[in-house]
Design a protein around this ligand. Structure first.
Ligand SMILES: NC(=O)c1ccc[n+]([C@@H]2O[C@H](COP(=O)([O-])OP(=O)(O)OC[C@H]3O[C@@H](n4cnc5c(N)ncnc54)[C@H](OP(=O)(O)O)[C@@H]3O)[C@@H](O)[C@H]2O)c1
Length: 277
């Protein structure tokens, strides 16, 4: 049975923290959680976007907001978040931000890949550890870690991004079971292509194929919040679920090759990119 907003707020309020919440899928989480009556703390880098999202949430839903201008790759992540949220009770965490890209493995620098590890893995681990501990003590709360269909198996040309997304799936699914007796719901949200600024910024320029199935951020968030508490993970979108089921039924080498072909067709202009330019 679906939870009412009051029940949701009692279990997961009074504050939600959204890491990467000023636009795109993260912005849609912020709106959906504010609609359920939660106050919202937003973490992101660009101050103008943070402020305009916070103002929109306050006006539209009459809730309180807090903005934290911070790069999630920062080694000071936990110090800054702890200092800025020490006076509020955070009952819900969404770790949304992810550094995505598609291309040959050697198309990026080791520094970029280490930043990806920080944003996509160290960030969710740190915030889940810090905020999750308090949720366990209170015996209520919720955590969503954003992941991707690329994280379900080897995904050529997204290789390291895919590996970081596998990390989030395994962490969230494991904690789903561990935290259940404490009434803390954990979910891995495994999204497919979603029309966020993030998708456009990282991938459009490589030439996305026409006719690809793309969800809206609101659709992804609505499916994730519906699945929360009921299952360890959700693949959003029926067509994505069918594709992943089909890939799961194939021998591993064929499924991994299909993921490579998908990247080449959808994002790389139909050609395997060389490892070195
Ligand atoms: N979009 C897709 O097609 C797709 C597909 C599969 C999975 N996903 C997953 O869904 C999640 C959202 O992805 P998205 O690309 O669509 O992004 P998005 O939801 O558009 O989120 C971007 C948000 O994160 C913030 N952000 C990005 N990097 C940050 C950093 N280093 N530090 C602090 N804040 C940061 C952005 O603000 P600032 O830039 O101002 O910091 C913005 O608020 C990711 O985890 C991604 O792996 C997305």
């Amino acid at each position: 049975m679906a939870r009412s907003s009051t029940q949701f707020k009692e279990k997961c309020g009074p504050w939600a923290l959204i890491a990467g919440g000023s636009e795109g899928i993260g912005g849609a989480y912020a709106s959906a959680l504010a609609e359920r009556g939660l106050n919202i703390a937003l973490v992101a880098r660009r101050p103008e976007l943070l402020e305009s999202k916070a103002t929109e949430l306050e006006r539209q839903f009459g809730i309180e907001t807090r903005t934290i201008e911070l790069d999630l790759a920062s080694p000071q992540l936990m110090d800054v978040v702890s200092e800025k949220t020490q006076d509020i009770e955070i009952g819900f965490l969404v770790y949304n931000a992810g550094l995505a890209s598609v291309g040959a493995f050697f198309d990026s620098t080791i520094e970029d890949e280490l930043a990806r590890l920080d944003i996509n893995c160290r960030g969710p681990l740190s915030l889940t550890y810090h905020l999750g501990r308090k949720m366990i003590e209170r015996k209520r709360g919720g955590i969503i870690l954003m992941s991707s269909g690329a994280g379900l198996r080897g995904s050529p040309y997204y290789s390291h991004y895919a590996a970081t997304k596998a990390y989030n799936i395994v962490l969230a699914e494991s904690l789903w079971y561990e935290f259940k007796p404490y009434s803390v719901d954990v979910l891995a949200c495994i999204a497919g292509m979603t029309s966020s600024p993030g998708l456009k910024g990282s991938m459009d320029e490589k030439g996305m194929a026409k006719g690809a199935y793309v969800m809206t951020p609101e659709q992804v968030v609505s499916e994730a919040l519906r699945a929360l508490g009921k299952q360890p993970s959700i693949i959003t979108g029926k067509p994505n679920q069918r594709t992943m089921l089909l890939l799961g039924s194939m021998p591993r080498k064929k499924a991994v090759a299909e993921m490579g072909k998908h990247a080449i067709k959808n994002f790389l202009g139909g050609k395997r990119p060389p490892q070195f330019q």
